[in-house]
Design a protein around this ligand. Structure first.
Ligand SMILES: [Zn+2]
Length: 635
């Protein structure tokens, strides 16, 4: 029973500080036991399409092509050099779709992208889980260690490179490899770290005369090389736990059968990438024409080994697997190597799927396949907006890179990247992905991945489950966005219309598409029939001078008034109990009854501290939640 002791000790300490502490027992029901995130570094939509065409002759035949959740994701970071406290990320904008300048300036680096995925917060490009003001950002892996799960990272590039480091370490500079190695190996509670960065080998899996300690410092290497190095406490018993160190192909393959160590640090006998940078003179040749390095494991083998080590923990695990070298192929504009790397990544995804189905289940494991950003601005022949072109299975697709070494233009792009999920809680991503891109459809931001996972695991309740429940009931109209901000009168009416429609089970009244928007002089939008219907039912009224003021933000007491009329229309029984708010005297007389009724129903609660805050804006999230509660009260 790993980690239980640590939980108890930590719980006692935290309770004495009266901090709310979450144990696994408090985690949400249906919480995933195992969480696996697979990141194709630089894997945009066209990288997936190119590999699908080459490997299968058609789109979507890859191992994740049938996942039930398929979305897009935005990746923008805080930029290269934000000032302290500057947290205004450049935001992805669908309206600038396909503009070269928009896509290729101020792009994220892998370090900031991994930070966003792992911590839920944006940072500057050179940083790994450190905010511009120096604050250390908390990784999901730290949360998972605290609730007793094992954690690990696997990559096809150096173990200290941006993505694996971005899920474990904290450093203002991603290039501080020695310090990052020390944190990952000597200080972190990770249980598995597998990848490249071997100081004694080159990219061709050949011994070098002079060691290269670029990714792992010499002092650490000397300690690792005898097969064991002491790390920090990983299993929660309060004492340091040694790493079993492996490096040969045979040692990696030995993880696939028989007993495995509790903690494994593996560095394959190659410097930067398992395969991508081998025989550099050859690398513009077509895929699969240059023999592979033979003395290194595949990403698939490393991942299968990691799963065997991590799944020893009965509390479950968190694993990040990076196909790291798609990005390198993109940087150097090498289509052949890109296809090879995509195939290794696909094989690894398939191995994880097979592991879930043989050793776990989709009810207890959540699998996410996504990317940190796109690399190379890959497209077809018709410019940057065109998809790569299928030339049949086994034939290179028609594909062009538009940034990278060939062009002397830095390499990543701001395009949305693909996002796939399957398994325990995956559908919650459908609620969080509330922004719409005309080309790629619904998308989430990379900071929202950890929001969903933390909510599913009971680490932090962000209430997205409520939004998902309301969406499933059909209560949330398409296009309602920005749930955190004040809701407009028009959007509130659209929500209210859906509620009445769903409760009635049919159209409330025959839709009216009025040619004259009697009685409002300022309202002619296409959806006006919803507003007009609510007006006809006596549920909404104008503001003054025959105006509806569709864009005006609704206050809490205005919302209560409209909700009161909806409750009356639906014959919802109002309890006679009254809630006394501290700020009751500031509620407008015309709203007082409705506020009292909604509070008695539990449909609108206060804003904290015993207050109702009548003039505060009513947020989109609160509006959805109240519609959900009203729906349940009316049913
Ligand atoms: Zn990257």
């Amino acid at each position: 029973m790993k980690k239980i002791k640590k939980i108890l000790i930590t719980a006692v300490l935290l309770l004495s500080l009266t901090v709310v502490f979450i144990t696994p027992a408090q985690a949400a029901t249906g919480a995933p036991k195992n969480i696996i995130i697979m990141v194709g570094d630089g894997m945009g939509f066209n990288q997936v399409l190119a590999a699908d065409y080459y490997l299968y002759g058609k789109a979507g035949a890859n191992p994740f092509g049938d996942f039930p959740v398929q979305l897009a994701m935005s990746t923008n970071s805080l930029g290269d050099d934000p000032g302290p406290g500057d947290d205004a990320a450049q935001v992805y904008s669908p309206t600038l779709y396909g503009r070269f300048d928009e896509w290729c300036t101020n792009v994220t680096e892998s370090s900031a992208a991994a930070t966003a995925l792992s911590t839920g917060e944006k940072c500057a490009n050179p940083s790994i889980a450190v905010a511009p003001d120096g604050r250390l950002l908390r990784h999901m892996s730290e949360d998972f260690e605290e609730i007793g799960k094992s954690t690990g990272v696997v990559t096809s590039v150096p173990i200290t490179h941006a993505t694996p480091a971005g899920f474990v370490a904290h450093n203002a500079k991603r290039s501080a490899y020695a310090d990052i190695a020390r944190e990952m190996i000597l200080s972190s509670a990770a249980d598995v770290i597998l990848g490249c960065g071997h100081p004694l080998y080159n990219d061709d899996n050949t011994l070098v005369e002079e060691p290269n300690y670029g990714y792992i410092p010499e002092d650490l290497w000397i300690d690792m090389a005898d097969g064991e190095i002491m790390g920090a406490d990983a299993n929660g018993d309060g004492s340091p736990d040694p790493w079993t160190f492996i490096e040969t192909k045979e040692q990696f393959e030995a993880l696939l059968a028989g007993p495995v160590p509790d903690r494994v640090l593996g560095v394959a006998q190659v410097y930067q990438t398992l395969q991508c940078l081998r025989v550099v003179d050859d690398w513009s040749k077509p895929a699969y024409t240059t023999p592979f390095n033979t003395g290194v494991p595949t990403l698939e083998t490393m991942t299968k080994g990691a799963l065997r080590v991590l799944s020893k923990n009965p509390n479950g695990f968190f694993l990040m697997v990076e196909g790291g070298a798609q990005d390198w192929a993109g940087h150097y504009n090498q289509p052949g190597r890109l296809i090879e790397e995509q195939e290794d990544f696909y094989n690894t995804v398939q191995a994880v799927i097979d592991w879930v189905e043989a050793n776990s289940s989709w009810d207890e494991t959540l699998l996410i396949v996504t990317a940190d950003h796109e690399t190379g601005l890959l497209s077809g022949a018709e410019g940057i907006l065109s998809p790569v072109v299928n030339n049949g299975k086994g034939v290179m697709p028609t594909m062009y890179f538009h940034v990278g070494t060939t062009y002397g233009i830095p390499w990543h792009s701001n395009q949305l990247v693909p996002f796939y999920a399957k398994g325990a809680g995956a559908e919650l991503f459908l609620a969080v992905a509330d922004q719409y891109d005309p080309y790629r459809g619904w998308y989430l931001d990379n900071t929202e991945l950890s929001v969903v996972i933390r909510e599913l695991c009971g680490i932090k309740n962000t209430k997205w489950q409520d939004v998902l429940a309301a969406k499933k009931l059909g209560l949330v109209p398409v296009g309602l966005e920005n749930y955190a901000d004040g809701i407009t009168r028009e959007d509130f009416c659209r929500l209210a219309y859906e509620l009445l429609h769903r409760v009635a089970g049919t159209e409330i009244i025959a839709p009216v598409f009025p040619t004259d928007m009697d009685p409002f002089t300022d309202y002619t939008a296409y959806v006006s029939y919803k507003v007009f219907t609510l007006y006809k039912l006596g549920i909404i009224k104008g503001v003054s001078d025959n105006r509806f003021a569709p864009d005006k933000i609704l206050t809490r007491e205005e919302a209560a008034t409209i909700l009161g009329r909806i409750a009356e229309h639906l014959n919802v029984q109002i309890p006679s109990t009254r809630v006394s708010f501290n700020d009751a005297s500031s509620i407008s007389p015309w709203a007082a009854d409705a506020v009292g009724d909604m509070a008695a129903l539990g449909i609108m609660t206060g804003t904290g501290g015993g207050n109702f805050s009548p003039r505060a804006p009513y947020t989109g999230y609160q509006a959805i939640l109240t519609m959900l509660r009203m729906y349940n009260a009316a049913k």
